[in-house]
Write a protein that binds this ligand. Structure first.
Ligand code: TYD
Ligand code: MG
Length: 465
């Protein structure tokens, strides 16, 4: 029996899948060459056998009625960065473990070092880096203008001694940069391997809960955009924040993928500048900068990023094709969607694209994944085909709505919120699905309700034949 339990198992580095034999390709997540040999933890027989409801080896846990459990009002810290507070659900909760994931170079270390400078100066912060030397951190802090007297720095790769340092200093907030560089003797494998990442995360979880202090863990993202290391890590932590952005643009979006203390609907928008990350409280305005009203092929769309409406411009260019197969090129939108819309416009509105190359672009790195973006894309395409701008010097238009295969315009969620955002930014009219008139809509903007894609041709002054 003892010999059997000492047997090694093979664990996938990417997803944590366990197998008794080595596999070249993980049957769970399809990763190649990701299996690592490890010895499973031996669970005491008594604990394993304990029946549900019986007293476990650690003794029975104390129980409380819901009424008895107290919540203090003062459990959230203001991070000093409004956009981060918003994503955290209103501030940083004491005793929470937060994973900040993102691609290398996206700005994770920059964001966390910046909050060190903006945090209430009465609170102490411990920044433990396993990636950069203290000198490098100091240089970055200087560049970012961070001069917090109560900021303590440590360069360390050992999770146990990092935890001891936290216990010894009892700071108000801890930053671990990054979890993939941490190592503990209580697990097998090299730093960044599944067993190491899992065990190190557990160490910091215990530290955060025991001392009741918030700990930020920086986590790297692998090729597919998932946080490198086991999925189990995401189960352990209280919140998973993802820092995203297109390398070609300076805008960054902070998104909560999981949050035990708030909504996952909120996003924070930042811009990477020479002096670090700047908050962007008004993303629509930024996305619409440089817009020229009298160009054909353009239409402003409204996408919901969580509960936040963001206006962005959709551009379409249609040219005569000389190739056998006309080009269909689109960035920032699901490719199949463009094909479907072109087919609907041909069948239901009589616009023929078979001899035309079609290029579509969504400005500013925002993605038009929502079906609500269909109508703005259709308006942009119609405008491009007829070479007629939808806007003039005095008229600015925003459009949203889903387009069905019959050419009908369908309702989408948050119509009032989208219209309000357009009104706030000074737009003069919105083309919307007629069905959304059932909602209470803002009054200060012209609403053009439509039920079929043909009606857009009327707005351009073109008669459908
Ligand atoms: P960093 O925070 O080191 O990324 P991560 O920790 O996610 O790997 O960000 C590094 C990038 O940010 C780097 O490419 C340079 C850029 N940057 C600026 O543009 N301005 C600045 O003030 C700073 C500090 C960094
Ligand atoms: Mg970093």
């Amino acid at each position: 029996m003892a010999a059997k339990s000492a047997k090694t198992i093979f664990v996938c580095n990417e997803c944590g899948f366990e197998s008794s034999k080595w596999n070249g390709k993980c049957p769970e997540c399809n990763a190649w060459n990701s299996f690592e040999e490890t010895t499973p933890k031996i669970i005491p027989k008594t604990a394993a056998k304990a029946a549900p409801g019986s007293v476990g080896v650690g003794g029975a846990a104390q129980t409380f009625s819901l009424k008895e459990v107290g919540t203090t009002d003062d459990i959230r810290y203001d991070t000093g960065v409004g956009e981060l507070n918003r994503v955290l659900g209103g501030g940083l909760v004491k005793g929470s473990l937060i994973l900040l994931g993102g691609e290398p170079g996206i700005g994770k270390s920059t964001l966390l070092l910046q909050i060190c400078g903006k945090f209430n100066s009465a609170l102490s912060i411990l920044y433990i880096s396993g990636e950069e030397s203290l000198r490098q951190i100091k240089l970055r802090a200087k560049r970012l203008g961070v001069a917090n007297e109560k900021l303590l720095l440590a360069s360390c790769n050992d999770a146990d001694s990092a935890s001891d340092t936290v216990f010894a200093n009892k700071p108000d907030i801890v930053i671990i940069d990054s979890i993939q560089t941490m190592h503990t003797e209580n697990a097998n494998g090299t730093s960044g391997s599944i067993s190491q990442v899992r065990e190190c995360t557990n160490i910091f979880m215990r530290t955060a809960k025991t001392l009741n202090i918030p700990i930020f863990l920086v986590g790297h993202v692998n090729k597919d955009g998932g946080i490198a290391g086991p999925k189990v890590m995401e189960h352990i932590v209280d919140a998973v924040l993802q820092f995203e952005g297109d390398k070609n643009y300076t805008y960054r979006i902070l998104r909560a993928a999981k949050n035990r203390y708030g909504s996952t609907n909120e996003i924070g928008v930042f811009e990477m500048t020479d002096s670090g990350l700047a908050e962007v409280p008004n993303p629509s305005k930024v996305m619409l900068e440089g817009r020229a009203p009298n160009i054909s092929g353009n239409c402003v769309a409204c996408v919901m990023e969580g509960s936040r409406p963001i206006l962005t411009e959709v551009q379409a260019l249609v040219t005569k094709s000389t190739a056998n197969y006309p080009a269909r090129i689109g960035t920032g939108l699901p490719f199949g969607r463009l094909g479907i819309l072109l087919a609907v416009l041909e069948k239901r509105a009589g616009l023929y694209f078979s001899r035309l190359d079609v290029f579509v672009n969504i400005i500013g790195g925002i993605r038009l994944d929502e079906p609500a973006g269909d109508l703005s894309l259709a308006v942009a395409l119609i405008s491009a085909v007829y070479d007629k701008p939808i806007d003039t010097e005095n008229v600015s238009t925003m459009a949203f709505g889903e387009i069905g295969l019959g050419g009908e315009i369908r309702n989408v969620p948050s119509a009032a919120g989208r219209i309000r955002e357009a009104e706030r930014l000074g737009f003069s009219r919105c083309i919307v699905p007629k069905a959304c008139l059932n909602e209470k809509l803002p009054k200060g903007i012209e609403i053009i309700p439509i039920t079929h894609i043909n009606e857009v041709l009327g707005i351009f002054g073109v008669i459908h034949t």
